[in-house]
Design a protein around this ligand. Sequence first.
Ligand code: FAD
Ligand code: NAI
Length: 485
Amino acid sequence: MAKQFDLVVIGAGPGGYIAAIRAAQLGLSTACIESEPYADPKGAVRLGGTCLNVGCIPSKALLRSSELFDEASRGFAMHGIAVEGLKVDVPTMIRRKDNIVTQLTTGIRGLFKKNKVTLLAGRGRFVGREDDLWQLEVTGGVGKDSAEMVAARHVIVATGSSARHLDGIPVDNKMICDSSGALSFDAVPKRLGVIGAGVIGLELGSVWQRLGADVTVLEALPDFLAAADPAVAKEAWKTFTRKQGLRIHLGVKIGEVTQSKKGRESVIRIEYENNEGASTLECDRLIVSVGRIPNTTGLGAEIVGLKLDDRGRVEVNQNCQTNLENVWAVGDVVRGPMLAHKGMEEGVMVAERIAGQAGHVNYDAIPWVIYTHPEIAWVGKTETELKNAGVDFRSGQIPFLANGRALGQGDTTGFVKMLADAKTDRILGVHVIGANASELIAEAVVAMEFGASAEDIARICHAHPSLSETMHEAALAVDKRALHF
Ligand code: FAD
Ligand code: NAI
């Protein structure tokens, strides 16, 4: 007889593991199916999905290590601190990153145990429905010879996404890598090519550039960071290319990519063209970071009639309900930004809805962060979006150059820009480029979640000296009464 649960979650990434924990907290008997061992030495499945294993967490660990190296090699001098014989030890850096990943994935295992979530190791797929119970098959778990059947009243599909690869550019995750391989280089490449100037290209390009690689990024779109506010994109372009020396070619069409040997070294040649003509980029390592695709293959969607959209994502309504009764889907496998915190919010919402509560996600207040240096963060609408929608708005923008704390820290790049409705003063979008933007944006998210006006932020006391005073000044600047600029 198949094991039976109130809820089975397929996938233990941020969307799935959070949904499972919340459902268990609410008293539902819950199981979670996960198939990936990632880098586990014993081949046991690891929890936490892309985010913990090969995404958010390892990338931020390496960003921090490389930032410290960059500070020591280029930033300390202005403080009168001289460093001699500075060296990078890549294996130690990678080991530190791997240890953080192990600590966190093991932690999720502990949380499953504590909350009595049953972990089912293997690949899950739908095989049918009997007596209002969805029938799922779990195959391929370590030490499992035969398929295990489970039955569930509710199912949450949280199977996430995988890196998109390009035809004719075979990823071996040694020489030509997607984001997973680029998190585990054994040494700093001399010349690093990156295809795609999106979030991954910029973050991982930054890591290896700070450690000494000569980085060139090839981007298909004619505009840089088209999703960001235009002022932010302009400032980022200026900082990355002119100040930091990152080479970014826009409007590029990639041609043939070949690998050959030059002595003992392998060389990758990427032919490309843009409005400057045809060219060839030679590099020792290549990162392909051109977006991610939803994981729906092998899920049995066609067996039970689970509807996918034209981009292969599971089709859902605003509450993450699919076309099938009691089948839900959250995270990267559904529409919306592919962000861990968006998936987690959806996981909580769905678990609460299954338990009869009224969970919901405010898709208008989901923050975006790009962990480059300077960091880039925003919430709400950009100036372009407001103009295109014909919304009358006021804008306040304050540079970190006018902030005492930023000066003291020796890091004055960037600004805070606030956009508010011209009539009601309600905050419509906040855009930050600068040090600690990832933390500063939280104030703006809270403000937007509570429907605050720029005047509300202007009337809040901000600690002095702190970077957050720039948020305060930007709010004052919306009303043209900034005090320090
Ligand atoms: P996933 O994390 O992809 O998890 C899905 C899980 O389901 C996987 O473990 C997979 O093995 C499992 N699975 C799939 N199919 C099956 C099946 N049939 N049976 C059993 N198990 C299955 N987001 C941020 O918000 N901030 C960041 O800083 C950030 N940095 C990133 C850096 C990188 C390099 C990458 C690649 C991504 C980053 N992201 C970041 C995105 C973030 O990782 C994803 O948005 C998030 O992991 C999505 O969560 P999820 O639960 O939907 O899917
Ligand atoms: P992305 O969508 O951010 O960027 C991909 C880039 O590649 C785009 O600029 C696109 O125009 C370009 N591109 C596509 N095809 C191309 C081609 N043939 N030639 C040249 N350029 C091409 O995707 P990315 O960087 O792969 O990241 C995937 C997702 O992972 C992100 O969208 C984001 O949701 C998530 N992520 C989030 C992070 C964060 O929150 N800090 C960090 C890293 C990833």
